[in-house]
Design a protein around this ligand. Sequence first.
Ligand SMILES: NC(=O)c1ccc[n+]([C@@H]2O[C@H](COP(=O)([O-])OP(=O)(O)OC[C@H]3O[C@@H](n4cnc5c(N)ncnc54)[C@H](OP(=O)(O)O)[C@@H]3O)[C@@H](O)[C@H]2O)c1
Length: 387
Amino acid sequence: MSRRRIAIIGSTGSIGTQALDVISRHPDMFEVELLTANNNAGLLIEQARKFDVNDAVICNEEKYAEVNEALGPGGIKVFAGMQSACDLIAGSNVDLVLVSVIGISGLKPTLAALEAGKAVALANKETLVAAGEIVTGTAARCHAPLIPVDSEHSAIFQCLQGEKSVIEKILLTASGGPFLDSTKEQIANATLGQALRHPRWKMGAKVTIDSASMMNKGFEVIEARWLFGVDPERIEVVVHPESIIHSMVQFADGSVKAQLGSPDMRIPIQYAFSYPQRLYINTERLDFGELKQLTFRKPDLERFPCLALAYEALKKGGNAACVLNAANEMAVGAVLLGKVKFSNIPAIIERTLAETAFAAMPDIESVYAANAEARERASLITNKYSE
Ligand SMILES: NC(=O)c1ccc[n+]([C@@H]2O[C@H](COP(=O)([O-])OP(=O)(O)OC[C@H]3O[C@@H](n4cnc5c(N)ncnc54)[C@H](OP(=O)(O)O)[C@@H]3O)[C@@H](O)[C@H]2O)c1
C-alpha cells in the first residue's frame, strides 16, 4: 500500500490526537497533509511541526496571526476559517479526510471532502444526525467511501465485511454511562462533575455529556440508520456496561456477529485509516479468563428520555433530527457553562422540537436554516431554565 495522505479536521481534540498517535506509529503507511483546530493554537502549532504538514488551518480567525507567525517561517502554509479547510481539501492530493470536530461544524468539511471524491473517515456523528440522507447521498453520487470511526459503527462495518446477506437487525451496544444505576431522582439532581465522569471512555466534554444523557446512543441509532440503510425498528440498543462488545449484527438465519476489543478508540480510528487491512496496535488484549462475564440489559427510556426523543425524531424524518441535534448542542453547551442543570437537557430539546418549523424534505440550505432556527429557539428556552 502506498502511503495514505491524511487530512484531520479537528486534530486538537480527543479523536484528533489519538489519530495522530496512530499515524505516528505507522510512518511508512500514513502521512499528514492538513490539520485544523478551532481555538487550540498552541497544540496545532506543535502538531503541524511534528508531522511536517503542508497546510494548517485555524478556524478561529482571531488566532491566525499567532499560528502564521509560528509556522509560516518553517514553510507551512497557514489559513483561517473552516471554509479554507474545505477549499484546501477540494484542491489537494489528500486520500482520506478524518472529520473529528464536534457538532454541526463537521457538516461542511464532510460534504466538501465527499464532493471532491475523497474517502471520509467520519467520527463526527452530528453530521449524519443533521443531514444523514444528504451526506450518504453525496457519498454515493461522488463514489466517495464513507468509513465509520465511532466504535459501534466501526464494529458493525467490520461485522459486515464479506457479507452479502441483508441485515435483519443491528444491536447497538451502550455502556449506559455514569448514570446507569442511578435513580430518576439522582439523575434529576446530577451535577456537571458527575455527568462528566464516564466509566469507560475518555472523550471530549460534549460527547461525554451526550453519553451521560444517552443522547449519544440516540445519535448513534440515527447514524446507523444512514450508514447501513436500516429502518429504526430494526436498530435495537442493548446496554452492555463492560463495553467489550462494540456492537452486533443479526442476519436472516438468526446468526449474530459481534466485534469485541478493549475500549480504545485508536482501534476504530486505525481501521478506518488502513481499511481493508488491519495493522498492529499496542492495545490491551482481551483475557477471557479474567473477563468472567459480559452482561446485557434493556435501556430505560424513562430515566433516559433523550434516547426516546432521538428515536421519535428519526421516525418523524424530515428536519426533525437536525432540530434535535441543534437543540442538544445548545443545551449541552449551557450545561458545560454551568447555566442549566444536566437534567434540563431533555425538556429543552422537547420544547425546541415542538416550536421549530418542520420541513419534510430538507435540502442542504433548509438543513442550515433549521439548524439556525432551532439554535435560536433552544437558546431562548435555555435562558428560561437558567433564570
Ligand atoms: N472522543 C471519543 O472517544 C469519541 C468517540 C466516538 C465519537 N466521537 C465523536 O467525534 C467527534 C469529536 O469528538 P472529540 O471527543 O474528539 O471532541 P473534542 O475533544 O471536544 O475535540 C473537538 C475538536 O473539534 C474542534 N472544534 C470544536 N468546535 C469547532 C468548531 N466550531 N469549528 C471547528 N473546529 C471545532 C476542536 O478544536 P480546538 O480544540 O482547537 O478548540 C477539536 O479539535 C464528536 O462528534 C464525537 O461525538 C468521539
